[in-house]
Write a protein that binds this ligand. Structure first.
Ligand code: APR
Length: 237
């Protein structure tokens, strides 16, 4: 029996679409309604913090709506992590909490999390479910006016890149799910792995980087992800 390969799974907004959360670049996506430059850059926050807080407060509150829950794709990835005999890391670009709520543990949020906040004065981060505003006191340094969403904005360095690079360097299988392949460094992972790992894309439509993958299965995540995980476990365990 061959040793099971290490797996790195990358997810994007498409995996949460069937849980009721909008993607970014689909016609009904977030960036069709609001400009990145107005709400998702450090400059936007410096210029109009109240507007940026309003944008993220609305998205954070949406996670507590009863209809927004992990779907079969999130659940399948948590089951894969529990059953997989080899190394496993789930790297998500998503800032929602659906992977955690599905039971995923070996998980990193490279673009941060809606349910965390960070103080720009003392750099402490905390779990955060309430609205943030310019008067919010930091629970650590008790200074006002420095709290921001713990989200990686455009122009900022993604989180956990050392851990992600180490996992990519040793993986034998890379599975990209529900991402358009528009935003780096995540969009560059597949090119990094060519010839070194088996790469597959599970997506509703071919992504920007579709030609770089060894294999592609197109369809809604709640259909293609559970079926793919079942085949993978049947083959390797
Ligand atoms: N099942 C599977 N894939 C889907 C589904 C679905 N039900 N619905 C949409 N998709 C696919 C779309 O075809 C698209 O390729 O999900 C992808 C979503 O792409 P984007 O909206 O660009 O989201 P994402 O790739 O996660 O964006 C990356 O960009 O705006 C920044 O920081 C933000 O993390 C985000 C990053």
């Amino acid at each position: 029996m061959l040793e099971s390969p290490g797996i790195v799974v990358l997810t994007g907004a498409g995996i949460s679409r069937e849980s009721g959360l909008a993607t970014f670049r689909d016609p009904d996506g977030v960036w069709a309604r609001v400009r990145i430059e107005d709400v998702a850059t450090p400059e936007a926050f410096a210029r109009d913090p109240a507007r940026v807080h309003g944008f993220y407060n609305a998205r954070r509150a949406q996670l507590d709506e009863p209809a927004v829950a992990p779907n079969a794709a999130h659940m399948a990835l948590a089951a894969l992590e529990r059953s997989w005999p080899g190394a496993f890391l789930l790297v998500t670009q998503n800032v929602d909490d659906l992977h955690e709520r599905a039971g995923s543990r070996r998980l990193v949020h490279m673009h941060g999390e809606l349910k965390r906040a960070r103080c720009t004065r003392c750099e402490a981060t905390q779990a955060w479910s309430a609205p943030l505003d310019t008067r919010t006191l930091c629970p650590s340094c008790v200074m006002p006016g420095g709290m921001r969403p713990d989200i990686v904005w455009f122009g900022e360095m993604p989180y956990h890149m050392d851990r992600i690079s180490a996992a990519l360097a040793r993986c034998g299988l890379f599975v990209s799910i529900g991402t358009s392949g528009n935003v780096y460094p995540a969009a560059g992972f597949v090119a990094e792995l060519r010839g070194r790992a088996e790469t597959v894309e599970l997506n509703l439509l071919p992504s920007e980087g579709a030609a770089l993958f060894d294999d592609a299965i197109h369809g809604p995540a709640t259909e293609v992800v559970p079926a793919y995980v079942a085949r993978l476990l049947a083959r390797w365990t």
